[in-house]
Ligand binder design. Structure first.
Ligand code: PAD
Ligand code: ZN
Ligand code: ZN
Length: 384
């Protein structure tokens, strides 16, 4: 047995099984059940993390609803801050006691996406919902049954185990209950504007969907110097927050009979340079594409597409000159860029408070998902 002494009186063991609480989903469309789970020690090149705070993202709900393929039972959650409890053999980039953010999009540093300066979809990402770590097994057990991982992270647990490529060290002074949003929602939206679309100063942007990710797109458009940012949502209660983070005006498609692309064109004298789909629906993906300028516009798909769904579109939309892009995690290279984003937050380059509408105790996790489904929350943060 290996014991690592991190500070007087604290012993960390890298080969004991930890018993702790986790929110287990036993099946599709079921509520979370807080269970005692066993978390196996990290194997070679793995890291066991004590989770401190974790946000609730729509992508977690996609797993519950079946919009995203997932194996059950599963521990979801992917937007968190934690502290390294122990490390497996060969781990060099983090050590016990380090404050970290788990990365649902890994960065192995070796695959073709990681090597290319413009790529970030690392080959180690669990895009098909395998739910296991690199060796094909899980580190979670509940009532004698293996429990699957989710997007390499599984943060709705007091402890989790991730591959070394799925965790990055952050500034020890970062407040965990805020910077957890850098683990997904904030970085995804902010990067979609700053890094993927590369919004230019003075431009006009339109953002479809004003949840936590959409509001972060608005923050990115504003930072990039856009002069007009139009927020679009069916739920008008989202407008006030959208304006507070930088939207110059907000509209609801429900208020118009004509296509939203025509509405936006008329509002802006046909000058929408950038559009962002941040809902995750095929119809809004086409609406967003059609809404950017036919010749020089760029549209970015940020919302997660529903599994096994295809869409048809008029190729004339692209033939005329539009650019259609997508991005996972805002296009950031996770292990390199997340610590920099945390430093930017500490340097007050952006504000995360505006995105956090609720702070909940872990036992109230079902309430957090209820708030999301009722459209009452932007981000709920769970304290473990
Ligand atoms: P959210 O549910 O908080 O926000 C979605 C918003 O869209 C809500 O305000 C809805 O009212 C609004 N909406 C629903 N239907 C429409 C419509 N037809 N027209 C306009 N607005 C509508 O979700 P979120 O902000 O947490 O996530 C948004 C999407 O981004 C979701 O699909 C999620 O899975 C995806 C996502 N992608 C990545 C990535 O890496 N690409 C990361 C994180 C989240
Ligand atoms: Zn997310
Ligand atoms: Zn890689």
């Amino acid at each position: 047995m290996i014991f690592l002494f991190v500070s007087p009186g604290v012993i960390i063991s890298s080969d004991i099984v930890i018993k702790c609480k986790a929110a287990v989903l036993w099946g599709l469309k079921q509520p979370f059940s807080i269970e005692e789970v066993e978390v196996a020690p990290p194997k070679a090149c793995e890291v066991r993390i004590k989770i401190l705070a974790t946000g609730i993202c729509r992508t977690d709900e996609h797993a519950i609803s079946g919009a995203m393929t997932t194996k059950f039972p599963v521990i979801v959650g992917h937007e968190a801050t934690g502290v390294v409890e122990s490390i497996g053999e060969g781990v060099t980039s983090v050590k016990p006691g380090d404050k970290v953010i788990p990365l649902f999009l890994p960065q192995c540093g070796k695959c073709s996406s990681c090597i290319n300066p413009n790529g970030n979809l690392c080959v180690k990402a669990d895009v098909t919902g395998k739910g296991v770590l690199s060796d094909g097994t899980t580190r979670f057990t509940c009532k004698g049954k293996p429990v699957y991982h989710f997007m390499n992270t599984s943060t709705f647990s007091e402890y989790t185990v991730v591959d070394e490529s799925s965790v990055t060290k952050i500034d020890a002074n970062a407040p965990p209950e805020k910077v957890c949003l850098i683990g997904c929602g904030f970085s995804t939206g902010y990067g979609a504007a700053m890094k993927t679309a590369k919004v230019t100063p003075g431009s006009t942007c339109a953002v479809f969907g004003l949840g936590g990710v959409g509001l972060s797109v608005i923050m990115g458009c504003k930072s990039a110097g856009a002069s007009r940012i139009i927020g679009i949502d069916l739920n008008k209660s989202k407008f006030e927050k959208a304006k507070a983070v930088g939207a110059t005006e907000c509209i609801s498609p429900k208020d118009y009979t004509k296509p939203i692309s025509e509405v936006l064109s008329e509002m802006t004298d046909n000058s929408v340079g950038y559009t962002f789909e941040v809902v995750g629906r095929l119809e809004t993906m086409i609406d967003a594409l059609a809404s950017c300028h036919l010749s020089y516009g760029t549209s970015v798909v940020v919302g997660a597409p529903p599994s096994s769904k295809m869409l048809t579109y008029d190729p004339m939309l692209l033939f005329t000159g539009r650019t259609w892009k997508g991005c996972v995690f805002g296009g950031w290279k996770s292990k390199d860029d997340v610590p920099k984003l945390v430093s930017d937050f500490l340097a007050k380059k952006f504000d995360l408070d505006q995105l956090i509408t609720h702070v909940l105790h872990f036992k109230d996790i079902n309430e957090g998902f209820e708030l999301l489904s009722q459209g009452k929350s932007i981000r709920s943060v769970i304290l473990m």
